[in-house]
Ligand binder design. Structure first.
Ligand SMILES: C[S@@+](CC[C@H](N)C(=O)[O-])C[C@H]1O[C@@H](n2cnc3c(N)ncnc32)[C@H](O)[C@@H]1O
Length: 399
């Protein structure tokens, strides 16, 4: 996702009375949980702030996506049904279809439904429609929004799209797509303390949420110590670990019989993620196109995200029998899957449409916007490489 500016929290626009009242109700739910236990782990706080049914940021009816919301994601940039991002992804998916024949798509966390719309349109143009397009979405509100989007804009394919309440057992043959979903999974925040690793908790102080550092239980400490061996982290160094994203990769491994998982998100290989200079971690909040670092304010009104340690994703895949088939940045992936052909085919005499397209391409590929920071990892089973999207710049060696 991209936001326009990084902002000091004192300069964020204040929420209106209705939004504030909504946030107050969510806060009182979280406070009652804290009152029961004295404090809750940060990951629990993030989970409740984002996903409490009807109240959490993703569960409630806030605008979130697009110009009038808090952030813009790659599929949201599309100015017509099939945007550049979806068209390029569809080329990669077609390569898998060519190997599997009959196949299905599962999209995780489909947001507004923009990617589902774009992918179904682009796959139809390639004569590569899946038998079924499943969406697994945790937010009931977003699921309703996706259903409206598909019914309104793609009625001809509506009977091929269905929503899952949970991952069905095993036996899936096809492609799983997760765009900016892993970064929205609750993370644990840790710090190097004087006496060892500490975990962040959230408590109450003078009626406000307050971060607290507490000693880490021995099993979490063991996982982290093993992972951080060899990294130079001075006392005070803070960062995150996203164990839920790793568990997600493992659950996908038992679900996928043959095919490919394409996970797209902002992040780095581990040696960059835990770089000595990244001493305050990667956690970021997005509110009305402003980014800032305080997850304890605007509770339920702002997005909370953390970058992805792609080495951890690759390790979880390896451990669970999936092959890491490619890893690259978004710009390289899009160019390898036909971005330049899309631009070349655009009619420059239609000045408005051509300008919108070139603006979209710039945002998706520019190193200062989404091109470099966003990565795409491909995890496969029983698929033959090389994969088209990674032909230009496969960076697996850096993981
Ligand atoms: C940042 S939004 C991205 C939406 C969309 N993929 C896009 O690119 O515009 C994150 C989405 O993931 C969903 N989500 C978060 N955790 C999830 C999970 N464990 N399973 C399925 N969806 C999840 C959220 O409800 C939301 O729809």
């Amino acid at each position: 996702m991209i936001t326009e500016t990084e902002e000091d929290i004192s300069r964020l626009p204040p929420p209106d009375a209705q939004a504030q009242a909504h946030s107050d109700i969510l806060c009182s739910h979280i406070i009652s949980r804290i009152d029961d236990k004295g404090s809750i782990e940060f990951a629990d706080f993030m989970d409740r702030a984002l996903y409490t049914p009807d109240l959490g940021y993703y569960a409630a009816g806030l605008r979130k996506f697009g110009k009038d919301g808090d952030f813009v994601t790659a599929p949201e940039l599309a100015s017509e049904k099939s945007g550049v991002f979806a068209s390029c992804l569809a080329q990669q998916i077609r390569q898998i279809k060519d190997q599997l024949g009959s196949y299905e798509v599962l999209e995780m966390g489909a947001g507004s439904g923009a990617l589902a719309l774009g992918l179904m349109s682009a796959l139809s143009q390639l004569d590569a429609l899946p038998n079924h397009y499943f969406i697994l979405e945790t937010s009931a509100e977003l699921k309703r929004r996706q259903q409206r989007t598909i019914a309104r804009s793609l009625p001809q394919f509506a009977d091929r799209v269905s929503w899952l309440g949970s991952l069905p057992g095993s036996g899936f043959r096809g492609v799983v797509v997760a765009n900016e979903v892993l970064d929205a999974m609750p993370v644990q925040r840790f710090r190097v303390g004087d006496k060892g690793l500490e975990l962040q908790y959230v408590a109450m102080e003078h009626g406000q949420f307050k971060a607290q550092w507490q000693a880490m239980d021995s099993s979490t400490a063991k996982v982290l110590e093993r992972r951080l061996k060899g990294f130079d982290m001075p006392v005070g160094y803070e960062s995150e670990i996203n164990l839920r994203a790793e568990a997600w990769v493992r659950s996908m491994a038992s679900f996928l019989k043959a095919g490919l998982i394409l996970a797209i998100d902002y992040g780095f290989p581990r040696h960059e993620f835990y770089h000595p200079q990244r001493s305050e971690g990667t956690l970021m909040c997005h509110y009305r196109h402003r980014a800032h670092g305080d997850p304890l304010v605007l509770v339920g009104l702002q997005d909370i995200t953390a970058h992805i340690d792609f080495t951890a994703m690759a390790e979880a895949a390896d451990d669970s029998g999936l092959s890491v088939m490619g890893y690259t940045n978004q710009a390289s992936f899009l160019i390898a899957t036909g971005l330049e052909e899309i631009v070349a085919a655009s009619d420059a005499r239609d000045v408005q449409a051509h300008l919108r397209l070139t603006q979209q391409v710039k945002t998706l590929t520019s190193p200062s916007e989404m091109g470099e920071l966003f990565k795409i990892i491909a995890l496969g089973r029983d698929i033959e490489g090389p994969l088209r999207g990674f032909a230009l710049n496969d960076m697996r060696g850096r993981l």
